[in-house]
Design a protein around this ligand. Structure first.
Ligand code: NAP
Ligand code: HSE
Length: 445
C-alpha cells in the first residue's frame, strides 16, 4: 500500500490507535473500538487495534476493562511508537494535550481530537503542522457532540457564503436553562445533574460563563469564514446572572431564554457573540431542550439549514470521534482525502474580514429594574432611554412591595444600538430611585 506522510511505507491491514484519555469520552471510544472492532473494519476498510491508552491515574475505578498491558501513564508509549498510526486525544485542556498533538503530528501520525480549547487557540498552527507532515487532523467532536457540523462546514456547505450561524452549542448550559425554565430547578441543582451525566467540563465555569461556547464558536466561524478567529474575538456573557424572574417574564412575553452563540457577516465584518438571549417561543431554537444542541447555518445557496442533536455525553461524542477515525483510516494510503488540507483555514477570500465590535450591535433589549415605587420614576427611566435614542416597546410593572416601597419594572425596547444601551444602563444605575439594574437580556428575533 502507498505511504502517507510519516506513515510506514508498507501500511498494514491493522491500524494501531493510541488513545489519550479514558474519561467520559475516552471510555466510550475505547468501548466502541473493543466491542465493535469487526463491524468497524467493514466500514473503515481496515481493522483497528487499540494498542495503548494513556491515563493519569491507573488505580482509578473504570467503567471499562482494558486488555492487559494496554493502559499506560507514559505518553511516549504512544507518541514514540512508530507502529501507532493514529493518536486520538480525549484528555482535554491545553497542557500537556497540545504538546502531545504537536509531537504526534510532527512524527507524521494522524490525529483525531475532541479538544475545542486547543483547536480554538491553536487550530490553524496545528492544521499547518498536519499539512507539513502529510498527516490528517480531524476534530468533529470539538463542536456539537454528535452533530456533524464541523465536517459539513468544511465539505457539504463549502460552496456557500455563510451569512450567519446561530447556535446552542453547550449542552450543560442548555440542560441547566431547560431545568430552570420547566422544572423551576435551582441553578446549582441543575448544574450538579449535568455534571453527574458527564456533560460538564472539568471546570464547569467554562460552561456556565460561556468560555466553552466561545471556543466552539471560534472553531465554527474559522471554518465558515475561512480565516482564523481568536477566542478573544468573541464577546461573551455567561448565564450565571439569570434569575427565576427572568424565566417568568420571558414566558409571559412569549419567549424562551436560550444561551446562544452567534456569528454573522455584515458589510464585510464578522461579529461573534455568546450570551443568554430571549428567543421567540415559536422559533425552532427555542424548542431545543436538555442536553440537545442545535446549529442554524444561513448560507447563500442552501438558505437556512438546522442541525439538531445531542451536544455532549459519552455516546454522542463517541459517534463523532469514531466517525473521524473511520475517515482517517479510509484515507490512509490513498491520498484521496487529506482533511488537514481541507480545513477551510488556508488563506482564502475570508482572510480580510474584520471583526465587528459588540458596541455596533443593533438588537432589541429586555431590561429588569428594581426601583423605588414613587411617582415619576418611570418618567426618569424613559428620559434616560430617550436620551440614548432607545425606543420603548413595552413596560410591565409586577412585583410591588408596599412595605419596602419597591417595585419591579420590566422594559422591552425596539431595535437599539448596544453602545447606547450600555450607556443607558450605567445612567439608570446612577438614578436615586433605581435600586438595582437587575438584568439586561438581548432579544434575538
Ligand atoms: P474527562 O472525563 O475529564 O477525562 C479526561 C481523561 O484524560 C481522563 O481519563 C484522565 O485520566 C486523562 N488525563 C487528563 N490529563 C491527563 C494527563 N496529564 N496525563 C494523562 N492522562 C490525562 O474528560 P471528557 O469529558 O472525557 O472530555 C475529554 C475531551 O473531550 C475534552 O477536550 C472535552 O472538552 C471534550 N469533549 C467532551 C464532551 C463530553 O460530553 N464530556 C463532549 C465533546 C467534547 P484519569 O482518568 O486517570 O484521570
Ligand atoms: N461541556 C460541554 C457541553 C461538553 O456541555 O457542551 C461538550 O462539548
Amino acid at each position: 500500500m502507498a505511504a502517507s506522510g510519516g506513515m510506514p511505507s508498507d501500511i498494514p491491514d491493522v491500524i494501531n490507535v493510541g488513545l489519550m484519555g479514558l474519561g467520559v469520552v475516552g471510555t466510550g471510544v475505547a468501548t466502541h473500538l473493543l466491542d465493535r472492532g469487526s463491524s468497524l473494519a467493514d466500514v473503515a476498510g481496515r481493522s483497528v487495534n487499540l494498542k495503548k491508552v494513556l491515563v493519569r491515574d491507573p488505580a482509578l475505578p473504570r467503567d471499562i476493562k482494558l486488555p492487559s498491558g494496554v493502559m499506560t501513564t507514559n505518553a511516549e508509549d504512544i507518541l514514540s511508537d512508530p507502529d501507532i498510526h493514529i493518536v486520538v486525544e480525549v484528555m482535554g485542556g491545553t497542557d500537556p494535550a497540545e504538546g502531545y498533538l504537536r509531537q504526534g503530528l510532527a512524527a507524521g501520525k494522524h490525529v483525531v481530537t475532541a479538544n475545542k480549547e486547543v483547536m480554538a487557540k491553536s487550530g490553524s498552527e496545528l492544521l499547518a503542522l498536519a499539512r507539513q507532515n502529510d498527516a490528517s487532523l480531524l476534530f468533529e467532536a470539538s463542536v456539537g457532540g454528535g452533530i456533524p457540523i464541523v465536517g459539513c462546514l468544511m465539505n457539504e456547505l463549502a460552496a456557500n457564503d455563510i451569512r450567519s450561524i446561530r447556535s446552542i452549542i453547550n449542552g450543560t448550559t442548555n440542560y441547566i436553562l431547560t431545568r430552570m425554565a420547566h422544572q423551576r430547578t435551582s441553578f446549582q441543582q441543575a448544574l450538579g445533574e449535568a455534571q453527574e451525566l458527564g456533560y460538564a467540563e472539568a471546570d464547569p465555569t467554562n460552561d456556565v460563563e460561556g468560555i466553552d461556547a466561545a471556543y466552539k464558536l471560534t472553531i465554527l466561524a474559522s471554518l465558515a469564514y475561512r480565516r482564523p478567529f481568536q477566542h478573544a474575538d468573541v464577546f461573551c456573557e455567561g448565564i450565571s446572572k439569570l434569575e427565576p424572574q427572568d424565566f417568568r417574564y420571558a414566558q409571559e412575553l412569549g419567549y424562551s431564554i436560550k444561551f446562544l452563540a452567534i456569528a454573522n457577516l455584515e458589510d464585510g465584518a464578522v461579529q461573534l457573540r455568546v450570551y443568554p438571549a430571549f428567543v421567540p417561543a415559536e422559533h425552532m431554537l427555542a424548542k431545543v431542550d436538555g442536553v440537545y444542541n442545535a446549529v442554524e447555518v444561513d448560507g447563500s445557496l442552501c438558505g437556512q439549514v438546522l442541525f439538531h442533536g445531542m451536544g455532549a455525553g459519552r455516546e454522542p461524542t463517541t459517534s463523532a470521534v469514531v466517525g473521524d477515525l473511520i475517515e482517517v483510516i479510509r484515507s490512509i494510503g490513498s491520498h484521496a482525502t487529506q482533511p488537514g488540507a481541507q480545513d477551510g483555514r488556508s488563506p482564502g477570500n475570508g482572510v480580510d474580514l474584520a471583526v465587528r465590535p459588540i458596541g455596533d450591535l443593533q438588537a432589541r433589549y429586555y431590561i429588569r429594574l428594581d426601583v423605588v415605587d414613587h411617582p415619576g420614576v418611570l418618567a426618569q427611566i424613559a428620559q434616560v432611554l430617550g436620551d440614548g435614542q432607545i425606543s420603548i416597546a413595552a413596560v410591565l410593572q409586577r412585583d410591588t412591595h408596599p412595605e419596602t416601597e419597591s417595585a419591579e419594572i420590566v422594559i422591552t425596547t425596539h431595535p437599539a444600538n448596544e453602545a447606547s444601551m450600555q450607556n443607558a444602563l450605567k445612567a439608570m444605575a446612577g438614578l436615586d430611585q433605581v435600586r438595582r439594574v437587575s438584568n439586561m437580556i438581548r432579544i434575538e428575533e
